[in-house]
Design a binder for this molecule. Structure first.
Ligand code: WT7
Length: 648
């Protein structure tokens, strides 16, 4: 397999950081980076232990910084801390007490600013609400909410009392919520009537109602009034947020929890079966996100920092909430879409709040390019000093546009490679020292030991494609897949024993810079979101019309990858109306984010003689390419011609 990973991208442009940026940066010399990186490699316990002592509050100091090796490492063993305390309380005894923590803007243009003191009060009150509702340390709480401050408040309130939050992105359907509630055995769900997206209400409470019929573990529901839309409140189960908060006390001590106490579960897609409940624990995740925020974004107290992700994804967990707040940052949070009421909304926000650090995704950048330079050019973006990218490889042309049109050739770009599982950024430029190359996430951060290897786990020569692995444990790594430790060991460590295999193909160039080429498993990257082809296939097959389905990705201008579904119907090939029905069915099963771009009915699928679907051929057809590869094992050759005919 690794021999088939061919790298065709040959990018030679290089951009050195501006001298002024370097002189002020937290990491400001190559020697400093080398020294940190080498120490962390040779003595991870010493390196991370020192940082943990310096930056986290310990109710009880840890005895050992690191115990064991991957896959079962424990960090800061014997210590007791609290992630909410580290993100909020810690700042109250400093001048940051009245610094803006969250600068929020709703899609309709309403705004709220919460200082650290405000945030503390709201979090304490909501922590008391959770306690009143029967939530205990160790219980799971589902958060299914729009991008409003109450979401951050609810996360931190869970952390404060040692409840484990499980956030479900608002684009998921009722069925997906029910699955996740059941897997986590959630006791309470926090939601809202709905949220605003492109002027329309995205209803959430209705989906929660539908999900609860299938998830009996949930006893109580808290509902934030956001849109004012109509909701059904079930007595003794459903409560309004504002009514509970009215009566709640603002005194609530942070509960000291063990370093390895579960902080949150976040479900992500794998190549097979149901979504994986990635579990992150307290101290290591807290420290990893805090240090990487400081190093990668070169975060200073004067910065106004904006990450455009939704908190429902790991990027939002780590780089809207835990990382920046632990550093005492001022964080912009925005509810809406980049193109509402018009295509200039993001640039308007940057100008309005004088955003200095801006972190977004390649899929958004490609949309901005399509909408035209006139939109950013209308606004004053001179407050920006650093730009970031995350979610998928950024194509060099999108990188150049970001650099020129948004960064005015002045702002370093950090292309950050990481995953839900890694918790924090792993490979990224350090903006004060790294000469960036468009399309490369450059080099591993201190504490991150990566390699490109072949199928046997042996390092491959420079510029050869291979599998991206991590060789040494790091504090913010996932600890398990919730309720399925065996699957955790198999998925991440089963392929190459002793090495964490990320699922990505990549190469390392002659300077040791990494170029990530994408997933090598059956996982799509649609608009920067991981989606399993298996899940879409099971959703299709659960429809009475469908006998068999095969789902593949194809190159898509904006989304990166689009979703193409080849469907064998149970009877005759149905009329085109049925395509709409199947699309609606997938949306109902998984959510809007999994909306198929193409449905193609076919009487059969190309299979090998052993019965394996030849996905490579389907990918060629979906992309409108001629199949170049070997078809000698194809069982029924005529099927290829039939599949192509359907294209018209
Ligand atoms: C997968 C992880 C990390 C938060 C958002 C996605 C791809 C992510 C990059 C990047 C190339 C990237 C990888 C990775 N990916 N960032 N900078 N360059 N690829 O988190 O849903 O867990 O997906 O996203 O394929 O494995 P996720």
């Amino acid at each position: 397999m690794s021999n088939n990973i061919e790298s065709t991208l040959h990018e030679t442009r290089k951009f050195a950081p501006p001298a002024e940026f370097t002189s002020l940066a937290h990491i400001s010399s190559e020697e400093q980076y080398q020294q940190m990186w080498n120490r962390a490699k040779d003595d991870p316990a010493g390196f991370w232990g020192d940082l943990a002592k310096e930056h986290l509050h310990w109710f009880k100091p840890f005895d050992q910084a690191m115990v064991g090796t991957m896959p079962n490492t424990k960090w800061f063993v014997g210590g007791e801390t609290n992630a909410c305390y580290n993100c909020v309380d810690k700042h109250l005894s400093t001048w940051r007490k009245n610094k803006a923590a969250i600068i929020w803007e709703g899609e309709p243009g309403d705004t709220r600013v919460l200082t650290y003191q405000d945030l503390h009060r709201e979090v304490c009150k909501f922590a008391n609400v959770l306690i009143q509702l029967g939530v205990k340390t160790g219980d799971r709480v589902t958060l299914y909410m729009p991008m409003i401050p109450e979401l951050t408040i609810a996360m931190l309130a869970c952390a404060r009392i040692g409840a484990t939050h499980s956030i479900i992105f608002g684009g998921f359907s009722a069925d997906a919520v029910a699955d996740r509630n059941n897997d986590a055995q959630a006791k309470v769900v926090v939601t809202a009537d709905g949220g605003w997206r492109r002027g329309k209400e995205v209803v959430l409470k209705k989906a929660v109602d539908a999900s609860l019929a299938k998830s009996p573990s949930v006893q109580k529901v808290v509902v934030v009034r956001r849109t004012g839309g109509e909701v059904q409140m079930t007595p003794d189960r459903d409560y309004w947020w504002h009514e509970l908060m009215d009566g709640a006390s603002a005194d609530c001590d942070a509960v000291p929890v063990d370093s390895e106490h579960p902080l949150f579960i976040l479900y992500t897609s794998g190549s097979t079966g149901k979504p994986k409940g990635v579990l992150h624990t307290t101290a290591g995740y807290n420290l990893g996100t805090m240090m990487t925020t400081k190093w990668v974004f070169d975060l200073k107290d004067e910065d106004t920092y904006w990450c455009t992700a939704d908190i429902g994804w790991i990027t939002g967990h780590s780089y809207i909430c835990y990382g920046p707040l632990a550093n005492g940052a001022s964080v912009v949070m925005f509810e809406g879409a980049p193109n509402w009421p018009d295509n200039g909304r993001f640039w308007e926000i940057i100008e309005k709040y004088k955003v200095s650090i801006f972190y977004t995704a390649p899929t958004a950048i490609r949309a901005f390019i399509k909408w035209g330079d006139e939109w950013p050019n209308k606004y004053d973006l001179s407050s920006l000093r650093l730009l970031g990218s995350v979610g998928e490889p950024i194509n060099p042309e999108a990188w150049m546009w970001y650099h020129k049109v948004i960064g005015a050739e002045r702002c370093p770009i950090v292309d950050t490679w990481w995953q839900t599982e890694t918790g924090a950024i792993m490979i990224s430029p350090l903006p004060g020292i790294t000469s960036t190359k468009p399309g490369s996430c450059t080099r591993p951060l201190p504490g991150v030991v990566t390699e490109i290897v072949n199928e046997k786990g042996e390092p491959v020569p420079a510029n050869n494609g291979g599998l991206l692995v991590i060789k040494q444990s790091w504090p913010s790594m996932l600890r398990t897949l919730y309720g399925d430790h065996k699957r955790y060991e198999e998925v991440y460590f089963g392929k190459l024993p002793g090495l964490y295999f990320a699922g990505d193909g990549a190469r390392k160039d002659e300077d040791g810079f990494y170029w990530v080429m994408g997933r090598i498993d059956d996982v799509l990257n649609v608009s920067g979101h991981r989606l399993s082809t298996m899940e879409v296939e099971s959703a299709l097959v659960s429809h009475p019309l469908v006998a068999e389905a095969a789902v593949v990705g194809f190159p898509h201008d904006i989304k990166g990858e689009g979703i193409c579904c080849f469907v064998i119907p149970k009877g005759e090939i149905p009329a085109d109306e049925a395509k709409k029905e199947l699309i609606a069915h997938v949306r109902k099963q998984i959510g809007a984010l999994a909306t198929p771009d193409q449905i193609r009915f076919t009487p059969a699928l190309p299979k090998t003689r052993s019965g394996k679907i030849m996905r490579r051929l389907l990918r060629d057809i979906a992309a409108g390419r001629e199949s170049a590869g070997d078809t000698s094992t194809l069982e029924d050759f005529s099927i290829l011609a039939k599949l192509r005919d359907d294209e018209e």
